[in-house]
Design a binder for this molecule. Structure first.
Ligand SMILES: [Zn+2]
Length: 297
């Protein structure tokens, strides 16, 4: 998300391998890009931060542009378990932050939980996403998500056919209510994230941005699920961006010193109190400012 969507391919990082590098790796190893994914799952697993369960989960996904995105699970001691981020959600939020519009293949270290099978329904052609579970052993093979979740409930049950889905481009056309408040780096990044948020069910988009002690900003967008509970909050999305830029041996969240939440005024779905709770737990020194926004037209 940092820097927004760009036509230029960003440099590869621990959680992102650009399409050109994927093609070169595949050529070098004599594999297809889809065959590369399971070989990257142990790396993704090593990036997980699960201090409660001590059960690291790693996922690697292939985007429609040919880039590969990794995901890992995050757990936050002191906060309720429903604040955790699953590897598949990390992967989707990470890919969306890079401007990718859909995922065609996912390799993951453990059987995807029901929550993640549901969350993935928000992607275009979700039933056709091919999933490989590396813990199946040498016989592990790709199979469509429709095999893991037959008879899915999802966007098609609630949205119009041509509505943009999760990861697809959108501009929520929001402005911050109080003039001038969008001028700070943090509030402008959080507003940009809110504009890209996926909230077709509640109509309450939101975005979150954090800054570390060296002035580096990381932002993330709220992502809803048709089933509501598997939705990924904006704080989690920003923490995904933070972890994704750090990679192996990255700093803890305590290096986050400031944060901004942008959400609708009088939002039926408000992130404020959850954001205050979670940031108090993971980064107690962090100063969080909440900005209200409204539709610009
Ligand atoms: Zn899961």
């Amino acid at each position: 998300m940092e820097g927004g969507r760009s036509a230029l391919e960003p440099a590869s990082s621990a959680f992102f391998i650009g399409a050109a590098e994927v093609a070169a790796m595949a050529r070098r190893l004599g594999l297809t890009a889809a065959e590369l994914l399971p070989t990257l799952v142990p790396t993704a697993q090593s990036l997980a931060r699960p201090p409660i369960s001590h059960f690291p989960v790693g996922a690697a996904g292939l985007g429609s542009t040919g880039a590969i995105f990794l995901g890992a699970n995050l757990e936050f001691p002191g906060a309720p378990l429903n604040q955790s981020v699953h590897a598949e959600q990390f992967l989707v939020s990470n890919a969306a932050g890079h401007g990718e519009t859909t995922i065609t293949h996912v390799a993951v270290s453990a059987v995807p939980c029901g929550h993640c099978r549901q969350f993935l329904q928000e992607l275009r052609r979700a039933s056709d996403i091919l999933v490989l579970i590396t813990s199946d052993g040498p016989d592990a093979a790709y199979r469509p998500l429709s095999r893991l979740l037959p008879q899915p409930f999802g966007p098609r049950d609630l949205l119009l056919e041509d509505s943009p889905l999760l990861m697809e481009p959108r501009d929520n056309a929001l402005v911050i209510v109080r003039p001038g408040e969008e001028d700070s780096l943090l509030s402008s990044k959080a507003l940009a994230a809110a504009k890209e948020a996926y909230a077709p069910y509640s109509g309450c988009p939101s975005g979150f941005a954090v800054v570390d002690g060296e002035g580096r900003v990381y932002a993330g967008s709220y992502a809803e699920s048709a089933a509501y509970n598997p939705s990924l909050g904006p704080v989690q999305a920003a923490l995904v961006a933070y972890v994704a830029r750090q990679g192996v041996g990255g700093e803890g969240y305590e290096s986050i010193v400031g944060a901004a939440l942008v959400e609708m005024e009088e939002a039926a779905v408000s992130q404020e109190w959850t954001a205050r709770m979670l940031m108090a737990v993971v980064a107690p020194r962090c100063r969080l400012v909440v900005y209200r926004c409204r539709r610009s037209s």
